[in-house]
Design a protein around this ligand. Structure first.
Ligand code: CO
Length: 171
């Protein structure tokens, strides 16, 4: 398992709901955490490891042994409030960041790895942002498509460079 990078087609597809809460699900989720830490991220969605199921993981501390590790299976946002613009990036689009408008607070409903439904309210703007960003991945949506209009041209240029294999920042 490895993190796939833009323009990998897995990143642009809608992921399928999880139906079996089995050991394979738990094992694959366990494999995702070290990959996320290695890449210095605080959220990682299954399509980012070429696994097209509706699963993502979060640890806001972004470090093994710190914070809380959580897995969200078949998640949906059931309530949201406020808006806030902040700089965002993605482990699958290294070197590219841009300002994205998101709800500042969300309530999410998901299943845990045992198939038990839970609800969670975001505890910070960052937490709300990560939940929304990871949920977008399950629908094949990347943050770059949501960057505020004034920055879109620059983002499109960087993406084109990535597709063409030219390092971002060079001619
Ligand atoms: Co991402």
């Amino acid at each position: 398992m490895k993190i796939v990078l833009y323009p990998d087609p897995n990143l642009l597809q809608e992921a399928a709901p999880v139906e079996e809460f089995d050991s394979e699900l738990r094992e694959k989720v366990e494999e995702m955490f070290p990959l996320m830490y290695e890449a210095k991220g605080c959220g990682l969605a299954a399509p980012q490891v070429a696994w097209l199921l509706r699963v993502f993981i979060v640890n806001l501390a972004g470090e093994a042994g710190k914070g809380e590790e959580k897995a969200y299976v078949n998640p949906r946002i059931v309530e949201k409030r406020g808006t806030v613009v902040a700089e965002e990036g993605c482990l699958s689009i290294p070197g590219v960041t841009g300002p994205v408008r998101r709800a500042s607070w969300v309530r999410i409903e998901a299943s845990d790895l045992a198939g038990k439904t839970f609800q969670e309210e975001s505890t910070s703007e960052l937490h709300a942002r990560v939940l929304q960003h990871e949920l977008d991945h399950l629908n094949g949506i990347l943050f770059v498509s949501k960057v505020v209009p004034s920055q879109q041209k620059l983002i499109l240029k960087k993406l084109r460079e990535m597709r063409e294999g030219v390092p971002a920042g060079r001619a």
